[in-house]
Every structure is written in structure tokens, then in C-alpha cells.
Design a protein around this ligand. Sequence first.
Ligand code: IZC
Ligand code: ZN
Length: 422
Amino acid sequence: MAKLIVNANEVITLASEQKGPRTKQAMGEINVLTGVAVLIEGEKIAGIAPLQQLHDEFPHLIQDAEIIDACGKIVMPGLVDCHTHLVHGGTRENEFNMRLCGATYMDIMNAGGGIHSTTLHTRAASFDELYEKTYAHLNDFLKYGVTTVEAKSGYGLDWETERKQMEVAKKLHDNHPIDIVSTFMGAHAVPKEYKGNEDDYVNIIIDHMLPQVAEHKLAEFNDVFCEKGVFTPEQSRRILLAGKKLGLIPKIHADEIEPYEGAELAAEVGAISAEHLLVASDEGIKRMADASTIAVLLPGTAFFLRAPFARGRLMIDSGVPVAISTDFNPGSSPTISLPFIQNLACLNMGMTLEEVLTATTINAAYAINRGDEIGSLEAQKKADILILNVPNYKQMQYFYGMNHTHTVIKNGEVVVKEGVLV
Ligand code: IZC
Ligand code: ZN
């Protein structure tokens, strides 16, 4: 049966003539429609137009469509969270307290905690334990209006566990309403066993892990933590180019803690995106703009690590397409609230209310190579649609720290109603 959303005060479509990720002033053009209804057929959007026009174009569909009354609220595309470390064992609240007492993220990691701590917990967890824990996290994402999530491996640092993480993500993609897009991140840290022999681990990733990821189609992207004390730009380049040869699209954790020419490397290897970029150089930003590399900015991490925020305003003005994401992970950003991240981006990276919507929908979709399917409300795109409990989109960020999600429609099905999972 078709569905028809009526009585929306605003329908924010994010539709545009411009194909590809939005840049510069196009990031601010979100296309706010009034007086229109949204018609859904099966998993897809059939049309968005004034009711009479939909009646004329789709008489049979409209006739017995189920009516969803938006009651003066706003309608927009489902949010896309394009950078998370979704599948992981354990939590790291003790490290949070250590950081509040003065320890840094890197101090903790170098002392064997941080990513190494989560690796121990993820190795120890069974497939079913990881599946159940992550399923609960996904329910929370859905209640906050997120309908697609990218998920990185990288807490195994051995093949068996990396594979387990990606297979958990795959099963969740099949069974949970949220769509999951997988990224292999064997190069998230050098496992303790390889301290002093870092290149041996790099060779294992290149010769052993990447070919299996590609052969078994366990991921679409290949990500590296290019950071002082983790992987050098040279090691990162080798890993990313080896993956690219196998069809895995490069992504980079770039310039998160210390400047390391990660943005420059992303542009050089043709990465789809460079992520974090807290301390990216002017030259790196310029090269990303020239190469159309998407900047995936993660202001929750800057907030939680009390680090300087990425220069989002400068990146947009320089022509870099910007997406924003939670970076959901147990160390540097344990939140699933993409609406809160939108708020941080407005207040700390100089982005406008319109730009943060673009950055969490259509540009985020492009950052995971899904720009043709999701991220905007257009005929023939997936019916991933939110009804938010505000009368206009400007109130979303104005009433901050709240969850305005009222209804979530995923693949044409109502999965959250009045804020509650159905
Ligand atoms: O578990 O600390 N930066 N990877 C790179 C992270 C943060 C996640 C973590
Ligand atoms: Zn990350």
C-alpha cells in the first residue's frame, strides 16, 4: 500500500540540480517546500508535490494510500551517519575520567589503553554478544533519526576479529532497519604484538587482510589512522593504494591530533573523504578542494577530547564539500546523537543551520558513495524520511540538546512513531 504524508509545515528536500556533493553556497541551499505532500510507493519516493498534482499524476496510488498526518511538523530526509566505529566490545569511561584529570588521548593509547583496550574487549566478545550490543546502539540511532550508518572495523587488529566485526555489521544490515555501509580499518592501530615491527603489521594488512576483505566483499572502503605514533603517511599511502587496486575506496583519519599531511595524502591517493581534519593545513585544505575530497568533520570528538575544532567555515569557503558525523566510538566520541553533533557544528565550526543539514544528509551520503540513493527527498530515491517535532527547520538547532524525532520512515516503513520504536 502507498503512503501519503500530508500537512507538513515544511518539506526540506535537499534536492538540487547540482549532482555530486554540495560545495560553497550550494551547501546552504536546502530547498524548503510548503504546501506539498510526499507520496511513497513501496521502498521509494514516488513524488513530492501539491496534493492535487499528486492526485492527477498518481490517481491509483493516492486512492488507497495510508495517510500519515504530519500535523504542522517538518519533513526531511533520514540522517546519514557517515563515520562510526559501530561494532566494538566494552566501554572506556575510566579513560574519560583520566582525561578529565589531565591525561591525553595519546598518553592513554601509548600506555596500552585507548584503541588497545577496546581491541581486547572486542577480541574477547562472541559474535552474538557484539551483535546484541550493536543492535541496541542501532535502536538508539534510529530514535534520533539516523537511517544509514557507516561502520568501521579496526578493533580486532587480527584477521579473525576484524572479520567478526564486519560480519556482525553485515548481519545487522540484513536484520535491523538501519542500512549499514562497511569500512575495513585494520590500520586503526599497530597491535601491541607488533611494537617495534610496525612494517610487519602493515605487510599483513596488505598481503593477507585486504585481499580477503575484497574477495569476500566484507567492506567497500579502506580506512587508515594516519597519525604520529600510529601509521606514517608512507605506511598509510601503501595501505590505501593496495586497497584501491582491489577495488576498496580509500578513506583517511587525517590530521586528527597532530598535523601530518593527512589531508594532502587524501587528495593525492584519490580518497573519497578525509576525516577529522582538526589540524589540517591550509595547503591540505586547498588540495582537498582541488581534488573534490569530502571533509568528514567530527565535532563531537573535538568536544569530548577538548581539542580545537576543525576549520569547517574555511573548508566550505575554500570549496571543500563538508559532511559531519558522530564518530561514534567508545573512546573519543561515545554518542549516537547526530542532532547534538549538528549543534556543535553550528556553534563551534561556524556552519549555518542549512549547511549542517546538507552535511548530515546529502553530503554524508556522498561520503559513503550513496548520493544517488539517499540523502535527499526526490522521486525514485529511498523513502528514508523523518517527521520532526518542530514547525520550522530553524528550531531544530535553536532548541538544542533535544531529540525532535517524531516519526522515522525507513525503506517506506514506519519504524519510529511518536518517538518510540514500532
Ligand atoms: O577508539 O579511540 N581516533 N580512532 C581514531 C578513534 C579515535 C576511536 C577510538
Ligand atoms: Zn574515527
